[in-house]
Design a protein around this ligand. Sequence first.
Ligand code: SF4
Ligand code: SF4
Length: 675
Amino acid sequence: MHLQNYVFLVVLIAALAFFAKSALRLISYLRVAKPTNRLFNIPKRISTTLLVGFGQSKILRDPVAGPIHAAIFWGFLILLFSASEMILEGLHDGWSFSFLGPVYTVITVLTDLFCVAIILSTLFAMWRRYISKIVRLQFHGEQLEAGLILLTIFCIVSALFVQNGLREHVHGADFAWAFRPFASPVGSMLYGMLGDASGAVFYVAWWTHAVLILAFLNYLPFSKHLHVLTSIPNVFLGPIAPTNAMEPIDFEEEGAERFGIVDIEDFTWKSLLDGYTCTHCGRCTSVCPAYQTGKVLDPRGVIVSIHARTMDKAPLILKKESGQELTEAEQAIWDKKLVGDYISPEALWACTTCGACMQECPVNIEHVPAIVGMRRSMVMMESQFTEESALLPDVYGNLENNAVPWGGFAQSDRANWAEGMGIKTAAEDPDMEVLFWVGCAGSYDERSKKITKSFAELMQIAGINFRILGTEEFCNGDVARRTGNEFLADSLTKTNIETLNRYSVTKIVTTCPHCFNTLRNEYSQYGYQAEVIHHTVFIGQLIDQGKLKIDKAALSASTITYHDSCYLGRYNGEYDAPRDVLESVPGVKLVEPSKSQDRAMCCGAGGGRMYMEETVGDRVNIVRTNQLLDTGATTIAVNCPFCTTMITDGVKAADKVDEVQVLDVSEVVRQHVNA
Ligand code: SF4
Ligand code: SF4
């Protein structure tokens, strides 16, 4: 070994030791949070990681920024190989992986291609950030830091490119299997220009590359670029299916005193890891219906704030745990509130729980459980409501007294819609093929009752032996759960499960995607198992089985657009069945809105927003309705009673009531099926 090798060894050991200290510090912060098991279903985790993490599947959905980021990511994976070669070369002059033969050829070609791609991508990224000024990229004065990072990446890769080009001239022809289609000609040109001085240039480039890589590694734990290290683990440990169920709370747990997320120690370690992993890319914010319509909610800001609170408070928790006293300044930080000082309650109440943020996040961060978790503490610990959510205590009172969110309705009237239709309740005759779960809107709301009747008639026409629970059906608990009143949701859930078990119900159909999601994905957390079907899927099955026959003679050509509800679409991945049903009606021409399927915009009613005021910014339902009206369709088909209300109001606001009708999928079918 030469002197420079010893110098590099010292630099390397110092850099790795400092990095290990930083990494251990960050890992110790995760210990302050609650445990959660994220190691089940390993095969699915591996495939998700390969697809979303290594395959960059979410990133690549953006046709402009996607390929840029993917090129940088894949390039870095290839360059990791070069980095390890660089370290070994630093310890032993002229060392290389060329003994790998043809494999080395592939690696050197890819390294060369990615060097060029990354150099061009970083230049393009700088142009987008500083010259085009893409709105999503302008966040909280991060411009300087982002610029320095791009410049560092540019220098790291350019230095590698130069040293690769000059290597064969400096070390002779030791690298027989190396093939660098871009660097070699550039190296030859430099060698021709610089002659013997090219050796010095090589070593300057080598040391620049080595020092910048080691410096960058040590900078990562202190920056938003920590995601370079945590993204792949976060995807691996993240959700392996749509996050469509909230974790229940065990209220009977001995000593339980804190409910919901009061501060960082109430999150699971995975939520804190989400904070480490957020790339600040803003994809979540750019699709958030609340943010798009001018509300204070910024899902990126929520995750960034959770991270900020983690970095502020976790060291203090550890300090206290070790028996040390906090200083006055530290006590002031300790006394701050996560909800209030870091995240505004208004932001949390603005969320519709639509899930668009999680759908879009390239590193599978889970915003909704965090937001609802903080709502839980606001409701159950603080009884804290804002101007917009001020009506919720009344909603809870209605649920407690009459098992329905709206006031003025009696539980005894729940089955009034069925009068004269010859529909039996489970209490009258429990022998059933399927239970029709009607839901609160379907039972009481005048417009929704028409949908309920329409679907019930279709089942009668198809000869389905169904029952309803009638006055024994309570609100499923979704409103209480999504607004943070888990105590009430827990009670409603247990009451309903008791009733369902009493009648041995094993198959349920419902016209409401919120009921559908809750019964399907959340009641199972309480041990209740049943096949739960959304009515659009059920109608499709009846048509396929020939039990429902479309009356072709009654049809005229009609253009229909379809609005995907969040809880059927993003939450449960059902996009095709409602479209197939609509298209099974001859004469129907289905046109897609600009935002559809998993990128459909929320109607604005989810997450309990149906029961809150909307006083800030534009109305979500109007923005969404305008997207649907822009298709030029004369019918807007929906699959949810809340969407029906919101979109109908949107059509009224656009003064299009005489031109455009809003119909549930079941109503479209019912219009074309003879009794
Ligand atoms: S769930 Fe929807 S409304 Fe809530 S933060 Fe995410 S995108 Fe915004
Ligand atoms: S939460 Fe995800 S989508 Fe949002 S800014 Fe962070 S990494 Fe991007």
